[in-house]
Design a protein around this ligand. Structure first.
Ligand SMILES: C[S@@+](CC[C@H](N)C(=O)[O-])C[C@H]1O[C@@H](n2cnc3c(N)ncnc32)[C@H](O)[C@@H]1O
Length: 248
């Protein structure tokens, strides 16, 4: 069932250059992504995650509650993994989402995890202690997978490391089978998101902007999700949505 998207009124304030951001958010948000080429920016992101900050990623996810809240989302089948046969975990990091995938997907489902940073994948492998996932170093903007390879995708807080979401979303749409589902989590353009962007050297997304981009690529927002009822009331926790790739 298609959920009506209740995009906030403020998200409708667009300029020719995209959605207007509050001054405070603009001041706090990390801006490197706007100043250098994609290749230079990607190298910087790889260095951040491969270094000491990346080593703290799993602990940060635990402290922020994302790890526990993500586990709950999948355990309660609000994003239902049952029946998925070929699962892709995008930008796996320390394996925070892969850990839940191992627990809640069908045991025979194939699990592929990729990340820009080889070091992050090593950390994920050490944490997961499982031979089930295959780990691949890859850039979301150029995926080494055939068209229509996956029937389920999880993409947690990776798209915000792209200057333009189309770079990654078009690739994900390509490797998804028609009817495949994706759990997409992304940092939103509010004050909390701006601080997150400063910590992790990324950008933020306007909900409406991301929705429109997905639509153009045939990625339909099936259901907006919230970690808890409180997150829904306060519109907190960032963008969390179930997406379905449209049949051609
Ligand atoms: C904030 S972590 C997210 C980890 C995990 N997915 C989660 O939900 O907690 C972002 C991860 O995306 C990876 N990443 C950033 N840019 C990427 C790109 N262009 N291609 C693939 N992975 C990328 C980083 O190396 C990092 O491990």
């Amino acid at each position: 069932m298609t959920t009506k998207l209740r995009l906030r009124r403020r998200n409708d304030r667009f300029t020719d250059l995209g959605p207007r951001k509050k001054v405070i958010n603009r001041l706090v948000e990390h801006r490197l992504i706007d100043r250098v080429s994609y290749e230079q920016y990607r190298d910087k992101v790889r260095d951040v995650y491969s270094g000491p900050q990346g080593a703290l990623l799993a602990a940060c996810s635990f402290v922020s509650g994302h790890s526990t809240l993500g586990d709950r989302l999948l355990r309660e089948r609000r994003f239902d993994l049952r029946g998925a046969r070929h699962i892709l975990d995008v930008g796996s990091g320390a394996g925070q989402i892969a850990k839940h995938l191992l627990r809640y997907s069908d045991p025979e489902a194939e699990l592929t995890c990729f990340d820009l940073s080889h070091e992050m994948l090593c950390r994920a492998r050490a944490r997961l202690k499982s031979h089930r996932p295959r780990h691949i170093v890859a850039d979301i903007a150029r995926l080494p997978f055939a068209d229509a390879s996956f029937d389920c995708v999880t993409c947690g807080y990776v798209l915000e490391h792209l200057p333009d979401p189309r770079l990654g979303l078009a690739e994900l749409a390509r490797v998804m089978m028609p009817g495949a589902r994706m759990l997409l989590l992304a940092t939103e353009d509010n004050l909390a998101g701006a601080w997150t962007s400063r910590m992790w050297c990324c950008r933020t997304y306007n909900r409406r902007e991301l929705f429109d981009t997905c639509k153009k690529l045939g990625l339909h927002w099936q259901k907006e999700l919230w970690f808890t009822r409180m997150h829904k009331v306060f519109r907190a926790g960032g963008i969390c949505v179930e997406i379905v790739k449209q049949q051609p």
